[in-house]
Design a protein around this ligand. Structure first.
Ligand code: FAD
Length: 410
């Protein structure tokens, strides 16, 4: 049986849930398909930047958003060789109330967006539904084929299909689109360690600690730490072959303060490797199909901007496509307009990430240098007035989007 909808959003990550919410607020029949049964899965990043917090206010969701479990990050600092901390980006210098990064577990953010979207009568979210392929009518994409967790298969036709299925996008592959890859000097190994009575509950540990060719970041959660170990790309097989004891030693060398709980790490299966990617498509659409978020451009973790760019893409897509969708006539040039709007900010942010990767991270992970170059630390230390510029760039990006009028609520 083939079902029908107006807009079909494949993937319920930040891009998909925001797009679903906005299109539903435009009165468009929108169906979001998500392959998982809930949003509570592997660590996916926490950082919600000022541009997105402002968007929540514009959508009338600010109060609810601020009630989610979260901590606030006011600045980004790096340890200097003498052990002191040097602040390189200071969000507190931006005009309030958008002067911090909210650290919100991604599953709470997605649940929150899903709840807001469910209040709209034209919104449908189908969990446990994996998109498996595209339906084509001539050269046009006319919907998708899917399979549910219990093995049921089906097809949904739509005026527009939007691939929000992330960096490993099935729909991108099905559409024959291949992203251009840029070099990345490091990978990330994520794992958890428990909190112990008396631990400080602030996210102060966001300051990266580096030693030798590795670095560790610690994010504070209610009852555990989410840790990231960073080292040169391509080391996963070696790290796993060396075993968990050696991995514990690597962490202890950089974060001796965690030695008291490292015995909780008993198996390398507890350590999840993120193959860091930085890529983008040259073309974000086919007739009837648009790709946004990580499906169109995977971002390096530098600056933690992936969630926010995905959300900004969704806002631009909803703003530009709501009208064509209402008239059930979405043309290729409508889709090209979304790419035109979002390509430039994507390119600028990725270019900045590539520079930072080279200047700050490459030397660290090849053992040539520890921490940022001296000149950067000098500027950060002696010219505090400059710290607001990186904060503004990271927090708002080159083209922050605003909620379209049809989606705004008091
Ligand atoms: C370990 C890790 C840590 C990160 N840390 C940060 C951070 O701190 N800050 C930050 O801003 N960014 C971070 N990122 C990046 C950030 O998570 C992504 O940039 C952002 O989530 C992209 O949003 P998206 O909606 O485009 O894609 P995703 O968040 O990847 O969402 C894609 C969704 O599609 C679903 N899906 C996939 N295939 C199918 C299919 N065939 N059918 C149906 N559903 C499907 C997935 O289950 C998923 O829910 C991190 C990423 C990872 C992996």
């Amino acid at each position: 049986m083939t079902e029908n909808t107006g807009a079909l959003v494949c993937g319920g990550g930040p891009a998909g849930m925001m797009l679903g919410l906005l299109l539903a607020r435009a009165g468009i029949a929108v169906t979001v398909l998500e392959k998982h049964g809930d949003f509570l899965r592997d660590f996916r990043g926490d950082t919600v930047h000022p541009a997105t917090v402002r968007l929540m206010d514009e959508l009338g969701l600010g109060e609810g958003f601020r009630a989610l479990p979260q901590s606030r990050l006011g600045n980004v600092a790096f340890p200097a060789p003498d052990g002191t901390l040097v602040t390189l980006g200071d969000f507190t210098r931006l005009p309030p109330p958008y002067n911090y990064i909210a650290m919100v577990p991604q599953w709470d953010l997605l649940d929150f967006l899903a709840d807001a979207a469910r209040r709209e009568p034209t919104f449908t979210l189908r969990m446990n539904t994996e998109v498996t392929g595209l339906i084509r009518e001539g050269d046009r994409v006319a919907g998708v084929a899917y399979r549910t967790k219990d093995g049921r298969e089906g097809r949904i036709r739509a005026e527009l299909t939007v691939a929000c299925d992330g960096r490993g996008s099935t729909l991108r592959r099905e559409a024959g689109l291949v992203p251009k890859e840029f070099p990345v000097p490091f990978d990330v190994w994520w794992f958890r360690l428990p909190k112990l009575p008396g631990d400080d509950n602030t996210p102060a540990g966001i300051v990266p600690r580096a030693r030798g060719t590795g670095a560790v970041l610690a994010l504070s959660r209610e009852d555990y730490y989410q840790l990231a170990y960073l080292t040169a790309k391509g080391a996963d097989a070696r790290i796993r072959a060396e075993g968990v004891e050696r991995f514990r030693e690597r962490i202890a060398r950089i974060r001796p303060d965690f030695t008291d709980r490292l015995d909780q790490l008993t198996d390398m299966d507890q350590v999840f490797m993120l193959d860091v990617k930085l890529n983008r498509l040259n073309r974000w659409y086919r007739d009837g199909l648009l790709l946004i978020g990580d499906a169109a451009h995977a971002m390096s973790p530098v600056g933690g901007v992936g969630i926010n760019l995905a959300i900004q893409d969704a806002v631009a897509a909803a703003t530009l496509l709501a009208d064509p969708l209402r008239h059930r006539r979405v043309s290729v040039s409508d889709l090209a307009a979304v790419q035109r709007r979002r390509m430039r900010p994507t390119k600028i942010v990725q270019a900045a990430q590539r520079v930072l990767q080279r200047v700050v991270f490459e030397g660290q992970f090849t053992g040539r240098r520890s921490g940022p170059p001296k000149a950067v630390l000098f500027l950060g230390r002696w010219f505090p007035g400059l710290r607001k510029y990186p904060a503004r760039f990271v927090g708002f990006g080159p083209r922050p989007e605003h909620a379209p009028a049809f989606a705004r609520r008091p």
